[in-house]
Structure formats: structure tokens, C-alpha cells
Design a protein around this ligand. Structure first.
Ligand code: GDP
Length: 365
């Protein structure tokens, strides 16, 4: 499964957020194949559509889809030179598919800040610079390797060399690879390098309990937003402490608590949704009397592959996918009506599954 790594300097609220994630945790029984690793927290993906489908279909059971966060502790200044848990940190970050960088925006004189002052941009740049330096090392090694072939006028090597030099120039200007521009062709090769700064990234601005109701009054949040806008990155504002407190509450209590604060959606729920789409993930549904269930797929896959997410036999014996969009189904009010109205499509092997599709797979066993 794809996972988003939580990174940040010490004392910014990572563990607090990760606690909230594991306490809110998904019901393990529903996800027996999920990773068992103390650094991985599995959460259910909040989705109003699933509640609506449950209302319509009235199944015995409803199962949301899940998402994994990985806690990556240990970055300090100098990590790329092996300071702190440097190398270990970098190898952990290499294994995640996206990065959620927690940035401290709350003031609390009792909690020391590693640099002695709260300066979110400084913090972001410390981390980004370590990742950039690590990438530079990777790229330089690679350049040395292709140089010989490039000198022999090997076409592929020449193209790669050109791309690598472009990456190197960008990194030397302290630009993350995700902010550089490439042709589709080049991007495929760049991705193959698994560079740390090529991973999709979002920022998590951690504010205090008092500020969560009006986070824009916090000038640190403003700064993070301005910084993120320059690289087209999203910012999620949370109060990790509140998330930790409410993570053990039942849904109803949680909603009441947030209502009192005047918050429509918890920061953690926003973070889950944002991370999910950052990774290019989307959801389709199955809806039967036994069970209404959400399934995660990677955007761009076709119907048989999507069927394979449920069971490999579904993919092997795939015949067709009876598909209705969530909106059409809700408008029709029930599956039978949707069928009468001709809204249920018979899709074949070449169909690209869409977010919100409600699907019944037909397959040979
Ligand atoms: P980490 O080193 O990044 O994992 O940071 P921790 O999660 O351990 O948090 C460091 C300290 O900051 C702890 O004492 C937390 O209680 C505190 N802290 C974390 N989030 C918040 C927050 O949203 N508001 C306040 N006031 N304190 C927080």
C-alpha cells in the first residue's frame, strides 16, 4: 500500500499527531493484510459518500477504506552528513510515497525549539535542504556513471545526462525536484531515481489550541501558506494536541466537540483526505445487502485491475463491471431505479475506473 511519511524537526508535534493517528486507528479486523509495524498508523478514510450509500442500501455492514501514515523520526540539521539518525532517516523517507512535513506554528515557552526560536520557514528550509543535499549526492553519483557512456555518444546516456544535469542545476539552486519542470518522458526517468525531493509533499501547520478556531490570525501559518504556494503545495492547519484528545472519542462526541469549537472537519480528517489525493488515490464502492464498502485505487487503472484489488480471482476471471456513478445512484434513489433509468453501464476491460464509481464485478471462477 502507498504510504505518506510524517516528518519534521524535533518538538514540532509529530509524535502528538502520530498518537492521534494510531488512536483514531482503523478497526484492525477489517484490514488483516495491513502492515504490522509500530511506525505505521492505519486510519480510515472519511467519506460522506459511504454514509449516504449506507443509508440507501441499508447493508449489514459498512467498511471504509484505509490509509497508512508512517512516522519518520529523527531529522536534524546535518542529517545528510549523517548527523543524528541521518542515514536511517533518509532511508526511511526513501521508502514512503509522499511527505507530510509538520511545521511548528504554536508558541509555548515550556517547549524548547531546536533552533531556539519559532521560525517556520527556517524550519522548512532546514529539512528541505537536507533532502536536497542527499539528492545531490545521488544525482552526482549517477552522473559519474552515465558520463562514460555519454562520451561514447550513446543516445540514451546522452538524454539521461541532460536530464541529470538539469536536476543537479535545480538542486544547486536549492529547488526541490518536484518544483522543476520536465517533459513526461524525462519525468519517468526522474521518478526512477527515487529522489527524496521528487516526492509529493504537503505541509502541516501545527497551531495551538487557542488558535485553531482562527488559524489565519497566526502569522506563522500565513508564512507557511505563502511558502507552500510557491511550490504549489497544500497546507493543512491542525492542532495536534486537540487531535490527540479527540482521537479516542466516538464519532458523535467528536462531532459535538468540533461543533463547539466551530470547526467543520477535524484537522486529521483533512490531512487524511489531502494525503490520499496527494498520492493520486481515489475510491470506488461496492454496494450489496451484505456489505457496502469503499476501495482505494490508483487513478488511471482499468476495471480488471480495480477488480483485482478485491480479489486476484476477480481480475483473472474478469467479465465486466456493472457501473453506476455515485451521483447517478443517489439521484435515482436505489440501484433498481438507476438500472431502469439506464444509468447502470456495462463496462469492459478497457474502462478506466473513476472516483465515486459504484461497481458490481462479474467474473468467471
Ligand atoms: P515531536 O518531537 O515533533 O514528536 O514533538 P511532540 O509531539 O513530542 O511534541 C513536543 C511538545 O509539544 C509536547 O510537549 C507536546 O505536548 C507539545 N505540542 C505538540 N502539539 C502541540 C499543540 O498543538 N499545541 C501545544 N500547545 N503543544 C503542542
Amino acid at each position: 500500500a502507498l504510504t505518506a511519511g510524517i516528518v519534521g524537526l524535533p518538538n514540532v508535534g509529530k509524535s502528538t499527531l502520530f498518537n492521534a493517528i494510531t488512536q483514531a486507528g482503523a478497526e484492525a479486523a477489517n484490514y488483516p493484510f495491513a502492515t504490522i509495524d509500530p511506525n505505521v498508523g492505519i486510519v480510515e478514510v472519511p467519506d460522506d459518500r459511504l454514509d449516504k450509500l449506507t443509508e440507501l442500501v441499508k447493508p449489514k455492514k459498512t467498511i471504509p477504506t484505509a490509509f497508512e501514515f508512517t512516522d519518520i523520526a529523527g531529522i536534524v540539521k546535518g542529517a545528510s552528513k549523517g548527523e543524528g539518525l541521518g542515514n536511517q532517516f533518509l532511508s526511511h523517507i526513501r521508502q514512503v510515497d509522499a511527505i507530510c512535513q509538520v511545521v511548528r506554528c504554536f508558541q509555548d515557552d515550556n517547549i524548547t525549539h531546536v533552533s531556539g526560536k519559532i521560525d517556520p520557514i527556517d524550519d522548512i528550509e532546514i529539512i528541505n535542504l537536507e533532502l536536497i543535499l542527499a539528492d545531490l549526492e545521488t544525482v552526482n553519483k549517477r552522473i559519474q556513471r552515465v558520463e562514460k557512456l555519454a562520451r561514447q555518444k550513446d543516445k540514451e546516456a546522452l538524454a539521461e545526462q541532460e536530464m541529470l544535469v538539469k536536476v543537479k542545476d535545480g538542486l544547486e539552486e536549492e529547488k526541490p525536484v518536484r518544483a522543476l519542470e520536465f517533459s513526461d518522458e524525462q519525468w519517468k526517468v526522474v521518478k526512477g531515481l527515487h529522489l527524496l525531493t521528487s516526492k509529493p509533499t504537503l505541509y502541516v501547520a501545527n497551531v495551538s489550541e487557542e488558535e485553531i478556531t482562527d488559524p489565519d490570525a497566526n502569522e506563522n501559518v500565513q508564512k507557511v501558506k505563502e511558502y507552500a504556494a510557491k511550490e504549489n503545495a497544500e497546507v493543512i492547519v491542525i492542532c495536534a494536541k486537540i487531535e490527540e484528545e479527540i482521537s479516542e472519542l466516538e464519532q458523535e462526541e467528536k462531532e459535538m466537540f468540533l461543533d463547539d469549537l466551530g470547526i467543520a472537519e477535524s484537522g486529521l480528517d483533512q490531512l487524511i483526505k489531502a494525503s490520499y489525493s496527494l498520492l493520486g488515490l481515489a475510491t470506488y464502492f461496492t454496494a450489496g445487502e451484505q456489505e457496502v464498502r469503499a476501495w482505494t485505487f490508483r487513478k488511471g487503472i482499468k476495471a480488471p485491475q480495480a477488480a483485482g484489488i478485491i480479489h486476484t480471482d476477480f481480475e483473472k476471471g474478469f467479465i465486466r463491471a456493472e457501473t453506476v456513478s455515485y451521483d447517478d445512484l443517489v439521484e435515482a434513489g436505489a440501484m433498481a431505479q438507476a438500472r431502469e433509468k439506464g444509468r447502470v453501464r456495462l463496462e469492459g476491460k478497457e474502462y478506466f475506473v473513476k472516483d465515486g464509481d459504484v461497481i458490481h464485478f462479474r467474473f468467471n471462477v
